[in-house]
Design a protein. Structure first.
Ligand code: NDP
Length: 465
């Protein structure tokens, strides 16, 4: 497909000196320049560090070079367009400076890669300086701390931006492997007839990291696994696995179907949730004394619909797990007893479809095949698709999402009603958390989570990525 036109004529990055800008956003800006998708637009960094334009330029260059080598021609086209505004977002002066940088620009994109407590301050500052008309705004996660604060944030944004100019980022939605869930489901006729409660025994999703807070304990301690992963990334994956086919390819058709899935999920029951904390977490710098923030959460729920009624969904996410992996496993019903001549057991394991959604994306379909020899015994075998081997390196999620936002393509972004439903689903657990249970680092969480899985035949542990 040809690239869609971009009407954005300036990119403004609030949080230019921050971690996310350095690790993800600047390298993505470079890739877009390399693909000639920035149309010569200026890129303005805004933060409180007392930098000038040359400091910002060398910082950007370093951040790009940490990812990949720079082509001198691409860099020399990009460099002079990088400028910087220094100041405090809570003071009016910075918006005046920014207005000067944006003279003659009609459609800026404001990317808010900043602490969420400052979203309102920045949006109001932009509005006071008449910078919001014709503009778009990208808002980083977390989108609120609970349903109430997410609604308040939506109100702030809607005061100055129409919904179609608001881009709520969840970078999982920019990943090929995640989108492949949709393609795999709806582009393969053989799957659709079996994608329901008549054939599927259960669905599991695991988002695991084999490391801890990685220097971000101060932020993490205010969030925890439920807010950091479950409310957003996990529910997005569940929606893609569970939704009905969208009626068209427009942004709203896809998002309508996701919202329908969310409406069919009852508020998570705190009695079917296990919260865990890895041993040693409370001693980390940045963690509050006696913190009961969960670094692991596992839960079980159902989706009340004709397609899914009675199918258990088991989901878990945690830090300091045995491996890093993001996987969804669809387990089909066991075949009935087989009466081949010579087979002594008469049983065969159930088929599994495993979506590998993390660092080594792909799909495994586990089927049963005959073992060698004259006995008709069965053995599980894997049919495997490895995405990178087949299709090569994909775009970075942030590159894709930034380009989408500049084009005004909303498909891969959260909508106000969807985030509201996501918060409704997790709200009871946020309000009435069970006590955290300690677990050893390098294990699959507290014993209670393992036992919860055993009620449904046990968890499928992911392979190392
Ligand atoms: P950092 O703390 O590293 O960066 C915050 C940025 O905001 C800095 O540029 C800082 O400027 C600026 N800033 C903070 N307060 C002010 C202020 N009062 N006035 C002016 N500038 C200010 O945060 P991250 O980059 O890690 O995160 C940014 C956002 O992205 C957050 O919402 C986070 O949840 C989200 N996010 C981050 C991820 C990551 O991997 N880092 C992943 C996913 C989401 P200065 O340092 O110059 O003071």
């Amino acid at each position: 497909m040809p690239d869609a036109p971009i009407d954005t004529d300036a990119l403004v990055l609030f949080g230019a000196s921050g971690d996310l800008a350095k690790k993800k956003i600047f390298p993505s800006i470079y890739r877009l320049e390399e693909r000639q998708r920035l149309n010569g637009m200026p890129i303005v960094g805004v933060a409180s560090s007392p930098w000038d334009d040359p400091t910002m330029r060398s910082y950007v260059k370093e951040s790009i070079e940490a990812k990949h080598p720079t082509d001198p021609a691409v860099w020399s086209a990009l460099e002079p367009r990088l400028t910087y505004c220094s100041g405090d977002y809570r003071q009016d002066d910075i918006y005046g400076q920014l207005a000067d940088h944006l003279q003659g620009r009609e459609h800026p994109l404001f990317y808010l890669a900043i602490p969420p407590v400052l979203f309102e301050e920045v949006v109001e500052g932009l509005a006071r300086h008449n910078l919001v008309e014709g503009a778009k705004v990208v808002v980083e996660k977390p989108f609120g701390r609970d349903r109430k604060s997410a609604r308040e944030l939506n109100d702030v944004l809607h005061r100055h931006f129409p919904e179609q100019s608001i881009f709520r980022i969840d970078h999982y939605l920019g990943k090929d492997a995640i989108e492949n869930i949709l393609v795999f489901r709806f582009a393969n006729t053989l799957l659709e007839p079996v994608w329901n409660r008549n054939f599927i025994a259960k669905i599991e999703v695991t988002i695991a990291e084999d490391f801890g807070t990685a220097g971000r304990a101060k932020y993490y301690d205010t969030a925890g696994a439920l807010r950091d992963i479950m409310q957003n990334h996990m529910l997005e994956i569940v929606a893609l696995l569970a939704m009905e086919p969208p009626v068209s390819s427009t942004g709203d058709a896809l998002r309508d179907e996701k919202v329908k899935v969310y409406r069919q999920i009852r508020t998570f029951d705190p009695n079917r949730v296990v919260r865990g904390q890895y041993r040693g977490y409370i001693d980390e710098p940045g963690v509050e004394y006696g913190s009961d923030t969960e670094t692991f959460v596992a839960l079980q729920f159902e989706i009340d619909s004709w397609r899914w009624s009675g199918v258990p969904w088991l989901v878990r996410t945690g830090k300091n797990m045995p491996v890093s992996a993001t996987e969804a496993v669809v387990e089909f019903n066991r075949p009935p007893r087989i009466f081949f001549a010579g087979d002594t057991t008469g049983t065969s394991p159930s088929n599994h479809l495993r979506f590998r959604l993390g660092a080594d994306p792909g799909i495994n379909l586990q089927l049963s095949a005959k073992t060698s020899g004259d006995r008709l015994a069965t053995h599980p075998v894997d049919l495997e698709v490895t995405q990178d081997a087949l299709f090569g390196d994909s775009e970075e999620p942030y590159e894709r999402l930034l380009e989408d936002a500049m084009e005004g393509d909303m498909r891969r972004f959260g909508r106000a009603d969807a985030t509201d439903e996501q918060w409704r689903i997790v709200q009871q657990v946020v309000d009435h958390p069970s006590p955290v249970q300690l677990y050893e680092q390098g294990t699959w969480g507290p014993q209670a989570a393992i036992e919860m899985g055993q009620l449904y035949g046990g968890w499928h542990d992911p392979k190392r990525e």
